[in-house]
Write a protein that binds this ligand. Structure first.
Ligand code: IGP
Length: 268
């Protein structure tokens, strides 16, 4: 049980306990109620996927597997570049210890553009869901590898009650099966194994066949080129979550535009 996901869970539960002691739930809820309205994360993705690709573009400074990814890191500037390049939604890492993220990055990035934003963090407690909304998030992430069925249900219910969407992330057939008990239409297939960091697009090739037709596949991680997107589209993925390969570019807007050009049509 010494995998990275377990380590993250251990410090995250401690972080949440500390935050609860510092800022009572009432106060977080008051901030969440005062937040600007949600922008419709899932709806915008499905609209985009109807005409081409839906892209969730990730604002990510560093990762535990790659270390520092981008030194020149200004979340509002990056958000504008992504919007300019045609991204549909933003994903912003708020986890500090493993990703050098910060809560303020989410609010600042979202306020620079009119795109809906995902709070990218490791969620275990509905307190974090209220926090996400208080930071103006439009969607949360639920990682099936890291939560029980009951926790996943609780987190999803909380997200919906705040008017947010939930991206349900799976990495194997058992997690996918558990995810189908939830209501969210957003089924994220993570090509990266969060326990070992091994990344292969074969994960999407295999799991896409098991996704019920009423769910939207979000193909996540390890995507670099338009050819790879077209390949994944043949397996039914029309929406993508991409961070590192775009974060490494000098001209993020141009790179985003290139990636989204000439979307594949039709399925295998
Ligand atoms: O940077 P990449 O390989 O394009 O991947 C983005 C995103 O999928 C990845 O950051 C991610 C997917 N699921 C996560 C869960 C937690 C933290 C990060 C992630």
């Amino acid at each position: 049980m010494s995998d990275i996901l377990e380590k993250i869970k251990t410090y995250k539960l401690e972080e949440v306990a500390n935050r609860k002691a510092a800022v009572p739930l009432d106060e977080v809820e008051a901030r969440a109620k005062a937040a600007p309205p949600t922008r419709g994360f899932a709806a915008r993705l499905s609209d985009a996927a109807r005409e081409g690709y839906g892209l969730i573009a990730e604002i990510k400074k560093a990762s535990p597997s790659k270390g520092l990814i981008r030194a020149d890191f200004d979340p509002p500037v990056l958000a504008e570049a992504y919007a300019d390049g045609g991204a549909t939604c933003l994903s912003v890492l708020t986890d500090g210890p493993s990703f050098q993220g910060d809560d303020s990055y989410l609010t600042a990035a979202r306020s620079a553009v009119d795109l809906p934003a995902l709070r990218k963090d490791f969620m275990y407690d509905t307190y974090q869901v209220a926090e996400a909304r208080a930071l103006h998030a439009d969607c949360i992430l639920i990682i099936m590898a890291s939560v029980s069925d009951a926790q996943a249900q609780e987190l999803e219910d909380a997200a919906f009650s705040w008017g947010m969407d939930a991206l349900i992330e799976v990495h194997d057939a058992a997690e996918l099966e558990r995810a189908t008990a939830l209501k969210s239409p957003l089924m994220g297939i993570n090509n990266r194994n969060l326990k070992t960091f091994e990344t292969t697009l074969d994960t999407t090739r295999t799991l896409s066949k098991l996704v019920p037709t009423d769910r939207m596949i979000v193909c996540e991680s390890g995507l670099n080129t338009p050819e790879e997107l077209a390949d994944m589209a043949r397996y039914g993925a029309r929406t993508f979550l991409i961070g590192e390969s775009l974060m490494r570019q000098d001209d993020v807007a141009a790179a985003t535009r290139t990636l989204l050009a000439n979307p594949a049509t039709g399925m295998m």
